[in-house]
Write a protein that binds this ligand. Structure first.
Ligand SMILES: Nc1nc2c(ncn2[C@@H]2O[C@H](COP(=O)(O)OP(=O)(O)OP(=O)(O)O)[C@@H](O)[C@H]2O)c(=O)[nH]1
Ligand SMILES: [Mg+2]
Length: 579
């Protein structure tokens, strides 16, 4: 699941960079933040799993200049965190180990991923993807043992550049200490963040800083109101911190000394997998909306290709298989039959030709040229190539229609341009496959001839009658010329001698059998052409075209990838962790 969330986040980032529409940009940026949070939350789960006794992490979170670093110092009973009147002063997550050893904080580097752990004094404003971990040597009576994180703000002008660090530090936290000052408590950014953290189920305390004594009750009411607008869980404890003289520190009230120690008891690490799953489920539909839309387009594309292939097969049937003048395959079977009949006088020449004619097909391929001549001059092949070309032209037209009409216009436009660039290759491959089919199909043609010949042998009268006719002898010569590469097959189809032979056979005792053999050959031919040319070659290659869409403008997450991720999503507790 972690990999899938990361992939989705990367695709959002890539697509966002190319996006021109401002409102789409805003909503995509929001989803990227949610995905970073979810990714970090999954990593937090891994961190919990990797340790027998997970450390307690606490994060001081809030808008700039609210006094986060100052409060960090108060809680640590130290001056270890950097404080400044400059907005956006803290820009890295800075962890302070309280009552635990820095060396015991194993797994943190793994949690932070590409963020690098540095010494606090090595942190630089030029590099945001770092964090620090420092030992707090002072004794703190306010904090449970664990790591207290001072975090960057999320509302200053520059905060977008280091926002990921804030999110990572927040998702790591078991306890959230939200710091707002009396100037900042109403800011939308504060309540957006607060709302987005509900699914993390972290015990929370709100620290109201820089207060003037007596003013807090109005503010607390307002805080409650804001909390209820964004969250459904219980309104947390509020700690009022009064404004000290300039340069002073917030002072933690005596009556709340135990508050954070009590909050620590509410941390439920064992519930993390459930929370993780609920978080993913909550956002799943929204996060994947553009992926679903692409899959819908992909489905439409499949349907479109299928209907085009069906039309192509109809053309093939109409203009070839069922065309009285153009259907030549069965005539070819007839020429084979003539060879099998060993017409007197032609036996000697035919003996030589027979070598050419008998299977297996490998031999036919070996002798090459004469058979190739048949393929080259075949009306069928020319027609098939024409149909393929026509199919692609029609498909391009339909794609443009879709591009104009569909909400996924961009997707269709790009498929169209991929199709345009692939067209020559598609047609060339189709041509080769068609030629191959034609040569291979000679085997079936010869089978048909053999079937007829065996039937004729059961009818010596008919056989002898045929042998005796002048028409047959003429036809045999034509057939022979054809085999030697002298004339094209299409000439043969309408050659009077062949027509005579066909009608003689049709009227004879083997007539009905002949029709059956012809019908079977045709059916077999239809199926073979459909499968080898239009399905295995053309259709399958067309269906794969969307895979070549640019991943900078499209998510291009396959239905299979999505299915695998959704399977993990619906798995029972802990299932998520195992995968
Ligand atoms: N007098 C007084 N000043 C305070 C108090 N709390 C914070 N300040 C001042 O407010 C300014 C900002 O405090 P910080 O603790 O650095 O605030 P922050 O939230 O960490 O700010 P960023 O790191 O910029 O996000 C500093 O000049 C502090 O001295 C307080 O209780 N009393
Ligand atoms: Mg700070």
């Amino acid at each position: 699941m972690l990999e899938f969330i990361q992939l989705l986040k990367q695709r959002y980032q890539a697509v966002l960079a190319q996006q021109g529409n401002e409102s789409v940009k805003t909503s995509y940026q929001q989803r990227i933040d949610q995905l970073i949070l979810a990714e970090a939350f999954i990593r937090k789960g891994q961190l919990i799993d990797a340790s027998q006794q997970p450390l307690l992490h606490m994060a001081v979170v809030g808008p700039t200049q609210a006094g986060k670093s100052s409060l960090t110092n108060v809680l640590l009973n130290s001056s270890i965190a950097g404080v400044s009147p400059l907005a956006g002063y803290t820009i890295h997550p800075q962890g302070f180990c309280n009552g635990v050893n820095v060396d015991d904080c194993t797994g943190l580097q793994r949690y932070f991923g590409r963020f690098q752990q540095l010494q606090q004094n090595q942190l630089s404003k030029d590099r945001h993807d770092c964090y620090s971990l420092t030992q707090n040597t002072a004794d703190s009576g306010l904090l449970p043992h664990g790591v207290l994180w001072d975090t960057p703000d999320f509302d200053s002008i520059d905060s977008a550049t280091y926002r990921e660090g804030v999110i990572r530090a927040i998702a790591l936290a078991d306890i959230v200490i939200l710091v707002v000052s009396k100037e900042k408590y109403a800011d939308q950014s504060v309540w957006d963040i607060t709302a987005s953290l509900e699914e993390l189920h972290q015990p929370t305390v709100i620290c109201l800083n820089k207060l003037v004594e007596g003013s807090e009750s109005i503010i607390i009411n307002s805080l409650k109101e804001k909390w209820r607008q964004g969250r459904t869980d219980e309104f947390p404890e509020v700690v009022s911190l009064y404004y000290q003289k300039p340069g002073g520190l917030p002072s933690w009230p005596e009556s709340r000394q135990q508050l954070l120690l009590q909050l620590a008891n509410k941390v439920k690490h064992d519930k993390h997998p459930r929370f993780e799953q609920a978080l993913l489920k909550k956002h799943w539909q929204t996060w994947l909306a553009p992926v679903f839309a692409e899959h819908q387009a992909l489905n439409d594309w499949h349907e479109l290709v299928d209907s085009m292939i069906q039309q192509a097969m109809q053309s093939y049937q109409r203009d070839y298989l069922n065309h009285p003048h153009h259907y030549e395959t069965f005539q070819l079977a007839m020429t084979e039959l003539l060879n099998l009949m060993e017409i007197p006088g032609l036996a000697r020449i035919l003996a030589g030709t027979r070598k050419i004619l008998t299977w297996p097909v490998r031999q036919i391929m070996k002798l090459g040229r004469k058979r190739l001549h048949i393929a080259d001059s075949s009306y069928e092949i020319a027609l098939l190539n024409q149909i393929a070309e026509h199919t692609l032209i029609q498909l391009a037209d339909k794609l443009l229609d879709k591009a104009d009409q569909s909400q996924q216009g961009q997707w269709w436009r790009q498929v169209n341009s991929v199709l345009r660039s692939q067209r020559p290759d598609l047609l060339q491959d189709f041509g080769l496959v068609a030629k191959d089919y034609h040569l291979n199909f000679q085997q079936d043609v010869e089978s048909a001839a053999h079937a007829l010949y065996y039937k004729l042998q059961e009818q010596p009268m008919v056989l002898n009658g045929l042998r005796a006719t002048r028409a047959t002898a003429d036809a045999a010569v034509i057939a022979l010329t054809l085999q030697m590469g002298g004339i094209g097959l299409h000439d043969l189809v309408i050659a009077p001698a062949m027509l005579t032979l066909t009608s003689l056979l049709a009227e004879s005792a083997v007539g009905s059998h002949m029709h059956k053999v012809e019908a079977e050959l045709k059916q077999n031919q239809f199926n073979t052409v459909k499968q080898a040319l239009f399905v295995d070659s053309l259709r399958n290659k067309l269906l794969q075209l969307p895979e070549q869409l640019s991943v900078t403008t499209h998510f291009n997450i396959s239905p299979d990838q999505l299915r695998a991720a959704e399977l993990q999503l619906t798995e029972k507790r802990h299932g998520l962790r195992l995968l």
